[in-house]
Design a protein around this ligand. Structure first.
Ligand code: XIL
Length: 332
């Protein structure tokens, strides 16, 4: 139990972990507060959790997490105000259960719901949540224009993004507002994201930062590509944060191991070592790094994209420090 605290070693920026309710309790809670500067509620601030039916706001889990963070001197990243997943069906339906269309009255209804939601959720926490992922995963580089064909986009075009940031700024004026996405190191996607942020910022849309999820694996991506990713966004003058890092032991969806092989665990450690070293070299650009989970006993990758045991985090299923942890705290 005398191992160094991650947050004491990595002092260039806050280091965070995504949490589920069990992360606050007992040994999990002790591990969390020992090593991390901040938390991201993994699900508790999503739309399906906070407004399952219209106007029916639920904040029990989120309040518990924000209170825990505050009591332990930790920051909170808010995730996420607008996404195409974990959003209840009613949001995109009229009173008769019919799908909303791009007709002006339907679009107005959707944007009014969006505004109400963001005022309630971001407004509730005020300065207690310092960073918000305002929109999540809006880029689809396979589209000619790069914009994901979510119900949000099909009904409202880019106005859902404009509205979300404008309202978030009003509801939580002190918060740093992020556009968050995965695979932002992939050149085609990276450049579409760059173009969108440049376009919207030129209009005055209050986007303060780009969030790079960084769901990576043992063989991908190369560190050089991640470095280019960071450099790419520098001209925009935005903050950059690593928001959801994990390193899967799997390189494709066909693989499955009953227990994580030693060679894969070592490669997980090398990815953490090399990527954290990179982030620390770019500390002027990277303003926080969050891993998407506390320990391997509770990782979303155990069920995504298929059900199989993964080991993508810094602590194992018994909460013991892995080689990956040592890659972060002792990179030599
Ligand atoms: C995941 C959660 O960790 C899971 O518990 C949930 O079942 C699905 O969502 N990208 C994101 C996160 O932006 O919100 C996702 O979180 C992981 C992928």
């Amino acid at each position: 139990e005398d191992i160094p605290s991650i947050k004491d070693v990595v002092t260039e920026f806050p280091v965070g972990a995504a949490i589920t309710p069990v992360a606050l309790i007992g040994e999990h809670g002790r591990l969390l507060t020992k090593h991390f500067d901040s938390v991201t509620p993994g699900n508790a601030l999503k739309w399906d959790a906070t407004e399952p039916a219209e106007g029916d706001f639920r904040f029990t889990d989120a309040d518990t997490m924000v209170n825990f963070a505050e009591a332990n001197g930790m920051a909170v990243r808010g995730h996420t105000l607008v996404w195409h997943n974990q959003t209840p069906a009613w949001v995109f339906q009229d009173a008769n259960g019919e799908a909303l269309t791009s007709a002006p009255e339907d679009k107005a209804l959707l944007l009014a719901r969006l505004e109400t939601h963001i005022r309630a959720v971001a407004g509730r926490y005020g300065t207690r949540i310092g960073d918000w992922d305002v929109v999540n995963e809006v880029i689809d580089e396979s589209q000619p224009d790069g914009y994901r064909r979510s119900p949000w986009f099909e009904i409202a075009g880019l106005d859902y993004i404009r509205t979300a940031f404008r309202v978030a700024r009003e509801a939580a004026p002190e918060a740093t507002l992020f556009i968050n996405d995965y695979n932002t190191n992939v050149p085609a996607k990276r450049d579409r994201l760059y173009d969108l942020v440049a376009l919207l910022r030129a209009e005055g849309v209050p986007i303060d930062g780009v969030g790079h999820q960084m769901h990576v694996n043992v063989d991908w991506p190369a560190v050089a590509e991640v470095e280019t990713m960071i450099q790419t966004f520098v001209p925009l003058g935005v903050e950059q944060q690593i928001t959801e890092m994990d390193v899967s032991i799997y390189t494709n969806s066909g693989e499955s191991f009953p227990t994580p092989p030693a060679d894969r665990l070592l490669k997980v450690a090398y990815q953490y070592r090399d990527l954290f070293a990179l982030y620390r070299r770019y500390a002027g650009e990277i303003t926080s790094v969050t891993v998407w989970g506390l320990a391997d006993d509770d990782t979303w990758l155990d069920t995504f994209p298929v059900t199989r045991k993964d080991a993508p985090l810094l602590f194992d299923t018994r909460l013991q420090a892995k080689d990956a942890y040592w890659g972060v705290v002792d990179p030599s």
